[in-house]
Design a protein around this ligand. Structure first.
Ligand code: PHE
Length: 446
């Protein structure tokens, strides 16, 4: 099979593109608002530094050494454990499950781009809520169409493959996103709300930190770095032999964190400047921000357009990485053509995505509940609290215990040096698995 398809920068941008997504621009700011700011941010940063980066490097290592899809990598890298570990490779499938709602949310962004272009963003909270709720609960047909558009764009890029599609797309969109956010940040720095935003995000107030906030911060750091579902593994499988995993891992984690913080600073500067409450929940980006954009008149329209475009780009680059592991598996292990692999996977999550949309739509939602939750909420919850942590723990245990220590050391010690390697290995064997167990256990009992 073909190897060495990515250039080094291409890989870092593609992996960063996978990591930077709706998690950074939509979820991180609203959760920070919900859980009180600085202290939440601090826990998130500590987790990224001590657990996230280690797992990210472990997953990259598996991808590079395996050079293929997740199932093959698990088999190849610990042949003695073939039977037990081969099954672990099927974690790639979680990506398609995430896509059943992720693609729907990308559809919402398209809708807000449309509202911006037609000058119909809401100008007060009541309108904002009506527009969002109407889309969410009463417009299933529109949502299905927007979801379909997202499916087609993602499928089209995937079909073009690593070099022609994924790398090229990320090489353009990632820098563009950073430029958009930096531009918005520069603009926001002229506001009085800017310094308030900085202290809200970076001065921790520990009285606001409860155990739920800690669990959510830890869980989010997994989600945001795309750990544990084989996305990073699939991308790293196409790395040149000379690529430095340690440095790439640090870069990806840095870019991901930087963009989340940048998005946070921008959004909270706008909110504080124009007097909105930060604790608005998932509607933060879709409800509070548009009102502010409208207040700013023409400039606001431009800012809104840039912001939603940036968000759509971030979402799409992550979406690609969510589907690629399945495509890679079908192509390499099942010998299915790329075209059929791409559109077959796309059809799968498209169809279930429709059920997700219906599960929150008036008239249908009664039939699509799991317990007290809508299918949409149940799947989102399961992904965050169990499926991704499960993937993370499998990778940690696999690299820490099933893989040959000497092989792992050989692959990394020149890049890391002896001391950092020891710390990293300790983290993979003990800290990461225990932390993930703690997270899942607490999510289960909460
Ligand atoms: N990290 C992406 C985000 O922040 C989501 C994602 C998870 C992408 C897992 C790929 C794999 O939105």
């Amino acid at each position: 099979m073909q190897r060495a398809n990515f250039s080094r920068v291409g890989f870092i941008l593609a992996a960063a593109g996978a990591a930077v997504g709706l998690g950074n621009i939509w979820k991180f700011p609203y959760m920070t608002g919900m859980y009180g700011g600085g202290a939440f941010v601090l826990v998130y940063l500590i987790t990224i530094l001590f657990i996230g980066v280690s797992l990210l490097i472990a997953e990259m290592l598996m991808g590079k050494m395996g050079g293929s899809d997740a199932v093959s990598s698990f088999e190849k890298e610990a042949p003695r454990h073939k039977w037990a570990w081969a099954k672990a490779g099927y974690l790639f499938f979680i990506g398609l499950i995430i896509m059943t709602f992720y693609s729907v949310v990308i559809g919402w962004i398209f809708y807000y781009i449309y509202l911006t272009l037609t000058n119909s963003l809401p100008s007060n909270m009541e309108d904002a809520q009506n527009i969002f709720n109407h889309l969410y609960h009463n417009s299933w047909m529109i949502q299905v169409i927007l979801h379909a558009i997202s499916v087609v764009i993602v499928g089209y890029i995937l079909q073009k493959g690593i070099k022609g599609g994924i790398e090229k797309f990320n090489l353009i969109l990632m820098p563009l996103l950073i430029v958009i956010l930096l531009g918005l940040c520069l603009y926001a720095s002229t506001f009085g709300g800017f310094s308030k935003a900085l202290s809200f995000l970076f001065v921790p107030d520990f009285s606001k930190l409860n155990s739920e906030a800690i669990i959510r911060a830890v869980g989010h750091s997994f989600f945001t770095l795309s750990i544990g579902i084989g996305s990073i593994m699939a991308y790293a499988a196409s790395l040149p032999k000379s690529a430095n995993i340690f440095r790439s891992g640090l870069w990806v984690a840095f870019l991901d964190t930087f963009i989340a913080l940048l998005a946070g600073v921008v959004i909270f500067s706008f909110l504080f400047e124009f007097g909105s409450e930060p604790a608005k929940g998932p509607g933060l980006v879709f409800m509070s921000l548009p009102i502010i954009f409208v207040k700013l008149g023409f400039v606001g329209t431009i800012v809104a357009l840039l912001f939603f475009l940036g968000m759509a780009f971030a979402g799409l680059t992550s979406a690609i990485s969510l589907v690629e592991p399945t495509v890679m598996y079908l192509e390499r292990r099942k010998g299915i053509s790329k075209k059929v692999a791409v559109w077959g996977s796309s059809f799968f999550y498209f169809a279930i995505g429709i059920l997700m949309i219906l599960s929150v739509s008036d008239g249908f939602k009664e039939y699509l509940m799991i317990g007290k939750k809508s299918l949409f909420d149940a799947v989102e919850f399961a992904v965050d609290s169990f499926l991704m942590p499960l993937g993370g723990i499998l990778i940690a245990l696999f690299v820490g215990y099933a893989m040959n220590k000497e092989a792992v050391k050989d692959a990394l010690k020149d890049e890391m040096g002896e001391t950092i390697f020891k710390i990293w290995y300790f983290s993979i064997r003990y800290i990461a698995p225990l932390a993930v167990l703690f997270l899942s256990y607490n999510a289960l009992i909460s």
